[in-house]
Design a binder for this molecule. Structure first.
Ligand code: NAD
Length: 259
């Protein structure tokens, strides 16, 4: 993956950066010479990330909790000395069930992490980005924010909401030189999609292999994407090359149609 050179010394905050896609995004920003601080709820994964990526700042924080996010930003900004880029990556898959079987607790938990989390972080980031004279916010949506997916109503609702949030912030913040975009990955290879496929297979009483092949058949390139594919798009929109891109929902999904 080519690394944009103008990201050197940029101050970057990434939520849920200890593992999964967020971890790869953090690595790519570090490789580009950026200063990076991540949060996560998994203390062990944070400790491993800090060990493996020297210079990485880490804070244990749940993005759904406004007080923890306030503490996270305080700690991150003390280390970074300001902010140029926020990547709102944290998001949970939520339940796999028909809507009438989704519990209120599961609905709220999914919206709290996926939507409230981005809001909590944006509230802290915007004054810092204005003070920096501009910057970038990236919100992690999904192809679930572009289509309807059966049995995934809380997740899909949260990811569509993030796109509305993105487009509105882009309008509010453009005059300050702040660009705001949503990234919409399709199914990304990794443990999380394996868990979602297992839950879908169980809900339909079919094999996991059957679900995986069925999903691939909806993709023009007949393959899932990788965390690196997603990271490349994020680095692009945050770099000078993406300097005229704002308010967009950018799919990295091998051209998926609704499942
Ligand atoms: P993941 O399930 O692998 O989790 C990554 C990290 O998130 C973990 O380290 C976990 O501890 C952390 N985390 C979970 N809840 C948190 C919280 N409340 N606060 C802080 N950290 C928290 O996830 P992933 O597959 O890396 O997905 C990252 C983002 O990409 C999510 O927003 C997800 O919805 C989105 N996405 C993923 C896929 C996919 O196929 N994996 C596809 C489209 C979009």
């Amino acid at each position: 993956m080519s690394t944009p050179s103008d990201l050197a010394d940029k101050r970057v905050i990434i939520t849920a950066g200890a593992s999964g896609i967020g971890r790869v995004v953090a690595e790519r920003f570090v490789q580009a010479g950026a200063k990076v601080h991540v949060c996560d709820i998994d203390a062990d994964a944070l400790a491993t990330a800090a060990q493996e990526l020297p210079g990485l700042g880490v804070t244990r924080a749940d993005v759904a909790d406004a007080d923890q996010v306030a503490g996270f930003f305080e700690q991150a900004v003390a280390g970074l000395g300001g902010l140029d880029i926020l990547v709102n990556n944290a998001g949970i898959a939520g339940p796999v069930a028909p809507v009438e079987e989704v519990s209120i607790e599961d609905w709220r938990a999914t919206l709290s992490v996926n939507l409230d989390g981005a809001f909590h972080c944006a509230r802290h980031a915007v004054p810092l980005l204005k003070a920096a004279g501009g910057g970038s916010i990236v919100n992690m949506s999904s192809t679930a924010g572009l289509f309807g997916f059966v049995r995934r109503s809380p997740y899909v609702a949260s990811k569509w909401a993030l796109i509305g949030f993105t487009k509105t912030l882009a309008m509010e913040l453009g005059p300050y030189g702040i660009r705001v975009n949503a990234i919409c990955p399709g199914s990304v290879e990794g443990e999380r999609i394996d868990r979602v496929i297992a839950a879908e297979a169980a809900a339909r009483d079919v094999s996991e292999r059957e679900v995986r092949e069925e999903w691939k058949a909806h993709m023009s390139l007949r393959t899932f994407v990788t965390p690196d594919d997603v990271a490349a798009m994020i680095l692009f929109v945050c770099s000078d090359a993406g300097g005229r891109v704002s308010g967009q929902a950018l799919a990295v999904d091998c051209h998926t149609e609704s499942k």
